[in-house]
Design a binder for this molecule. Sequence first.
Ligand code: UDP
Length: 404
Amino acid sequence: MVIRRIAFLSMHTSPLGNPGSGDAGGLNVYVRGLALAMLGEGIEVDVYTRRTNDADPDVIEVVEGCRVHHIAAGPAAPLSIADQIPWTRTFAERVIERLRNEPTVDLVHSHYWLSGWVGALAKRALGLPHVISFHTLGRVKEINRRHDDQPEPLVRIVTETEVISEADCIIASTSDEADDLLLHYGARPESLCITPPGVDRTRFSPGPPRVARGRIGVDGDAPLVLFIGRIQPLKGLDVALEAFALIANQSLDVRMLVVGGASGSSGESERRRARSYAEQHHLPVDFRGPVPHADTVDYYRAADVIMMPSRSESFGLVAVEAQSCGLPVVAADVGGLAHVIEDDVSGILVKGWAPEDHAAAVTRVLSDEDLASRLSQGAREWSEQFDWKVSVDRFLELYEGAVG
Ligand code: UDP
């Protein structure tokens, strides 16, 4: 069957939002990238998200063939995930009503567990095929949660289990995520598809570091360590800073940039903790806050190495974007990162979260020019597989399978 129109459900965060803080991150970038890739194939996309501002128009046509619908459900203001839970049913009812009255969509692709719940209800009400990408899984986050981080709500685990049992197709970004779905949720193997997202490699490409440094206001040639991500315990900024303190102790001339803002219920305390750690240890760390997605490329080009000591990561778009720019990644050997990075080829995978181990890997890259240039070249080559131009066919195939 030829697919003409798809509904994407992204209740808790709008694809029009700026990634890098709050609930906006890789999911937003993924939804945008996939929507554009589908448009390129002549398929129209309607994205449904919760209205967070009274001034939001009912529907925005972002580009021809791609619309974002703002659905009223609860206060027209940003809400935490926990505060959105009670509004999910209202959101679902209104989306279903709109889907009933709009030109027919061929399938629903939901993103994250809240929208998965909505997708399951839409499938029950309208008989539409339901494809879901979870992006993160509650049980996996629980296993990797730092002891002082907030636990995941039970309703998330229960809902995920139900959605998984009913969905037509569950998209895992890596085989690790597929294993988690099988092991922790008893997913039916025939409903699982493994398909990584991509990045726009024409945008995320290598460029002269000096020009990039000029654009982001970094003077001189001193080695630059980068961290990009939403600030919350799972991202391991605490590990990155402790490791950087060890590196800075050995070398006077090294700097670090932290890009991203607080996210989630522990985000603000984590951000304060990180800043006070850097101050107390007199570290040359510049906290830049969230930057627009289009500007991140300058940070990747300006840096010598990027750290991703995440405690859990279902994929890790930052690692792909960095490698696509030829920037070696030093990352924890966990979840998606172990798939997105090829150890000793495109970066270095570190077992565990001991700051000394992450510091040792970063020091190797900064002090060995041959290694740095081999990893940079390897990063660019290895990341070729993560390109929307490559992924789009696979997504089309699995959409056709779900509809069929
Ligand atoms: N990002 C951004 N601005 C920031 C910080 C991050 O645009 O200040 C983007 C980053 O370039 C990447 C996404 O947010 O595309 C983060 O995706 P990732 O998969 O690494 O993490 P997630 O947010 O999904 O946990």
